[in-house]
Design a protein around this ligand. Structure first.
Ligand code: DX5
Ligand code: ZN
Length: 238
């Protein structure tokens, strides 16, 4: 237990000094794993120190690629012990939120650009549905979407996911031009700030310096010879 000052008593130190260091989270993206051995890959990455599991849901419309749906998310949930961070790259995510909540998502992230969420009220409603369903509400931005697109929703968010590649495929090169946006979002938002796409120990470091604390990495983890070493390196110096 962290001792708390009594109600009404000013803390001994200014808040900034007393603030605990931000938690650093590594969320390996299963998109790059060997799907023919999904359960084994999950076990291996958990044993190697992963904090969350990132699950990429793509519908062939919002992005050109097509991946998995709630049935597989539910199977991943049964095979895992750590939180599932589910990234919805789909049109009309509002129509499927309940299914992904029922499948066991701990964090559910929608895209601010998604058809179906263009009206602020619709997006606000989706974020409320996620929180009422007991999950953390996440909002993601494509590389070319301005940071200001998310400002009306900051109070309703547990997670902001800044895409550092065009969503759709693993294995793409990190877009350096997105780093200032990470820094801008961090100035406004104290919750979990994730980066996703082309994340390696080197690019993770640049994002960490800009204020990110959640590192989503597919290729860097699953195409490595030591999941443990890469996960540790992604978290940076302790
Ligand atoms: C891309 C996905 C990413 C992807 C990252 O649209 O959102 O989560 O799996 O893969 P890497 O780490 O290989 O860039
Ligand atoms: Zn993702």
């Amino acid at each position: 237990m962290i001792p708390q000052p009594a109600a009404g008593v000013a803390p001994a130190r200014p808040a900034a000094q007393g603030r605990p260091p931000r938690r650093l989270i590594v969320s390996p993206s299963l998109l790059a794993c060997d799907f023919s051995r999904l359960g084994e890959e999950i076990r291996k990455v958990e044993e190697a120190g992963a904090d969350w599991l990132h699950v990429d849901v793509m519908d062939g419309h919002f992005v050109p690629n097509l991946t998995i749906g709630p049935v597989v998310v539910e199977a991943i949930r049964r095979a895992s012990r750590i939180p599932l961070d589910v990234h919805l790259m789909i049109d009309h995510p509002e129509r499927s939120l309940q299914q992904f909540l029922d499948a066991g998502a701990h964090y559910l992230t929608v895209h601010v650009e998604a058809p179906g969420l263009h009206e602020a009220a619709a997006l606000q409603g989706a974020l409320q549905t996620i929180r009422r369903g007991g999950a953390g509400a996440g909002l993601s931005l494509r590389p070319r979407t301005a940071a200001t697109a998310i400002t009306p929703f900051l109070e309703s968010l547990d997670l902001i996911l800044v895409m550092t590649v065009e969503p759709g495929f693993g294995g793409q090169a990190f877009l350096s031009e997105v780093v200032p946006k990470v820094q801008q979002v961090r100035e406004w938002f104290a919750g979990d700030l994730a980066v996703d796409g082309g994340i390696t120990p080197q690019t993770a470091r640049r994002c960490r310096e800009a204020g990110a604390n959640v590192f989503v990495a597919g290729t860097a983890v699953f195409r490595s010879t030591s999941y443990r070493d890469v996960i540790q390196a992604l978290r940076g110096p302790q």
